[in-house]
Design a protein around this ligand. Sequence first.
Ligand code: NCD
Ligand code: ZN
Length: 343
Amino acid sequence: MQQLTIPRPDDWHLHLRDGATLRAVVAHSAQHFARAIVMPNLNPPVTTLEQASAYRDRILAALPAGSRFEPLMTLYLTDQTSAEQIEQAAASGIIAAVKLYPAGATTNSAAGVTDLRNCTGVLNTMSEIGLPLLIHGEQTSAAIDIFAREQAFIEQVFMPLRERHPDLKIVLEHVTSAAGAKLVCGSDTNLAATFTPQHLLYNRNDLLVGGLKPHFYCMPILKREDDRQALLEAATSGHPRLFLGTDSAPHPRSAKESACGCAGCFSAPIALGLYAEAFAQAGKLENLEAFASRNGPAFYGLPVNSETITLQKCSSPVPETYPGGDEQIVPLRAGESVAWSIA
Ligand code: NCD
Ligand code: ZN
């Protein structure tokens, strides 16, 4: 297969930031994706409907003229979030989901949830309304090895959560381990999962061998090759509740190339080509359409986009940097090429 036309995809996990960075990066997502679930981990985090609504207005104002890109907003769950706030947010029509960051797991997660049992009322309300909980699935206690955090989260937090709230719609985001892949492949209808391009194409050797490569550093961290293979097999299998979420997470170059570098890979401009590479590598290009364009809308109860987009097997170079507002942003694959591009 050299060419593939699919309904315009959506990105079910995206960081757009704010201010000058937002204005510099949003067009890359709007160019290829019709909608995106926008992450609320700004500083300060987007915890209220008013904040989400104002943020949505800033995103719409930053779009290129004529763009019909639709930001689907999320609320950042805290120990203090109330059931009433959730009801109002859901009724507003602009909040598509609620995001769980375990406190301390990743960029701007300090205000996250310290113990999910503090959120029982909120989760009951979400189950009743059908509002999905998006989970950054890492157990953050200091004793747990960083490469084992996802598996520990599944065992210690996720499984008990499923038992307490069997009707809650959950997206386990950016699955990165064989344990995570196994869990989501055997899931019931309330559980979906997203996969990033970097976790389908790279392992921890790409991050650590031959020198530290900060632009491969993201949370959850890249894992072993057998994990990557399990993720690739799951994501490309055609499973109806596994879908695309880039986790494109721009940081200024100086914040990445630092003695204490930030987690996050910027992939928005090339993400679709990277996913096509991954599906081609697995010999499953025919399943890219479901993963990129159909499974996400089905889970969220939204229509499949009516426009189409055509991918072709045609290598295109990746710039060393993209303008990022105040500073340059180094993308995934900087200075290399992607084997698939958008026609
Ligand atoms: C994200 C960011 O930079 O906001 N970083 C990352 O490594 N993925 C946060 C997140 O999704 O974990
Ligand atoms: Zn993210």
